[in-house]
Design a protein around this ligand. Structure first.
Ligand SMILES: C=C(O[C@@H]1C=C(C(=O)O)C=C[C@H]1O)C(=O)O
Length: 466
């Protein structure tokens, strides 16, 4: 087992405390090093007692997993200026921080992880009581796994009254506990669950109404979502759910944000934006069909989707909006002229990747703000669609269909759109699923599409459709 490089950590803590004395405010100290391999889900589980209510799990499509435990720094904000407020706060934290890395690896050190709600104006309900419109934290402990290499970052907020030796010895004790070997969880399966799709008739009526509004020219597209409630006879085991998601949804981003007694979990195929220096990567994902039972049927379904005018139109609206938004902030953008197929375990989508580049200073959060909500989650025109969602949907979306992700001290990072997800509270889970409604939509097919989109979460909880 790797032991903290005591000397260096102590030096960093001393420096941080001195700085805190000088500034008369808390300072973030961050120290990272390579450690022996530990399964990220074991680390997540090891943090259950000490850091219950503040754990984060994030695994991307490029084989990087990050697990955050506890909060060295946390910032929450409700209201429409959330992107600016988080950015302002982060700049301040990072300017004062003392950062030391034994290894120069992205995704280590003071990584700020969190998410936003879909609509800060939508009425708040109890469901999302622990999830503000913006909530970001720098975990006390961040495990970063790249392939089979593991890195541990220790982040601590220190103030002028602290004693560096005491903090150091506490950290050494904690590290031993968090890195201990433990059994790897097994995926949940065949659990006895009660599964209830909520308000199906109300949802279908809302789809009919929206199609009428679209035909009257009030808008072109609106994304309507609904919920399914799942109840188990015992508390869901988060590590098992995450493992099941990761194994079945290998082409997706698997995430968990634990806040208080609830955890927002899911496996999304949809990247919103990734920033590395002046390079940005985004994608348009809209237009859906099921997977086939055989390779031949699957291929045929993909071809049907590619040549279906209704899905192509729906997809094009997303491409137009995202290319316009990226075109405004980047010096150049590159995108293909026609969509490809993106296959995940349960569904296939139309997919157009878009790359952007700029030489100017452009922050990740300002691009998140410019893109959210894309017409894959809101609609066209955006304002009309958001109003329709606010008025018609019968529940609070919270963080579902909203940007979640991370960024670092250089401003690099990645945000995805939190779909194929659910909110777990002890033995209860609320799952979310939506689809784009356009003039040619057939309410029954849209209902079935949303039903398939519940499948990734439902199976991860150990259930399935009858
Ligand atoms: C809104 C969701 O999915 C979005 C809607 C899609 C569609 O309407 O075809 C496809 C992918 C996603 O952009 C969801 O899964 O909840």
């Amino acid at each position: 087992m790797a032991i903290i490089e005591q000397h260096q950590l102590l030096e960093n803590l001393k420096e941080g405390i001195k700085k805190a004395q000088f500034l008369s405010e808390s300072v973030l100290v961050s120290y990272s090093k390579q450690i022996e391999f530990i399964d990220p889900l074991v680390f997540y589980r090891n943090g259950e007692i000490l850091y219950k209510g503040s754990r984060i799990y994030w695994s991307d499509v490029e084989d990087v997993t990050m697990v955050g435990l506890g909060s060295a720094v946390v910032q929450a904000y409700n209201g429409e200026e959330r992107f600016e407020k988080i950015e302002e706060y982060w700049r301040k934290v990072i300017t004062g921080a003392v950062i030391h890395r034994e290894v120069d690896v992205k995704g280590t050190g003071p990584v700020c992880m969190g998410g936003f709600s879909f609509d800060p104006v939508q009425m708040k309900t109890r469901l999302w009581k622990d999830f503000p419109d913006a909530n970001f934290t720098v975990p006390n402990w961040l495990l970063t796994v790249k392939g089979n290499q593991c890195f541990l970052s220790i982040n601590a907020s220190v103030n002028e009254h602290m004693d560096p030796c005491t903090i150091e010895s506490q950290l050494i004790d904690l590290e031993m506990q968090l890195l201990k070997n433990n059994t790897i969880p097994t995926p949940s399966q065949g659990e006895s669950l009660m599964v209830e799709e909520n308000q199906i008739n109300e949802w279908l009526a809302m789809v009919h109404k929206s199609i009428d509004a679209i035909n009257k020219g009030e808008m072109e597209k609106v994304v309507l979502s609904r919920t399914t409630t799942v109840t188990a006879n015992k508390t869901f085991d988060q590590s098992s759910v995450l493992l099941a998601l990761q194994e079945r949804q290998s082409d997706c981003y698997t995430f968990a944000f634990e806040k208080g007694t609830s955890t927002f979990v899911g496996s999304t195929p949809e990247r919103l934006i990734k920033k590395a220096g002046g390079k940005f990567n985004t994608m348009c994902l809209a237009g859906t069909i099921s997977r086939g039972q055989t390779a031949e049927e699957d291929q045929k379904l993909g071809e049907t989707l590619l040549s279906d005018p209704k899905n192509r139109d729906e997809h094009q609206m997303v491409v137009t909006m995202i290319s316009d938004a990226m075109g405004k902030v980047c010096d150049k953008i590159v995108k293909s002229d026609s969509p490809q197929i993106y296959k995940s375990k349960d569904v296939q989508h139309l997919y157009t990747p878009i790359k952007g580049e700029t030489k100017r200073e452009l922050s990740l959060l300002s691009v998140v703000k410019a893109l959210h909500p894309t017409p894959a989650m809101g609609g066209v025109p955006t304002e009309k669609a958001i109003e329709a969602i606010r008025e018609r949907e019968t529940y609070e979306r919270g963080w579902y269909s909203a940007p979640i992700g991370w960024f670092d001290e250089d401003g690099d990072g990645e945000f995805v759109v939190a779909i194929r997800s659910g909110l777990i509270t002890k033995e209860n889970a609320v799952l979310f699923s939506g689809c784009g409604i356009v003039a040619d939509s057939d309410p029954q097919s849209e209902y079935l599409e949303t039903k398939i989109k519940f499948t990734p979460m439902l199976t991860a909880l150990g259930g399935g459709w009858e």
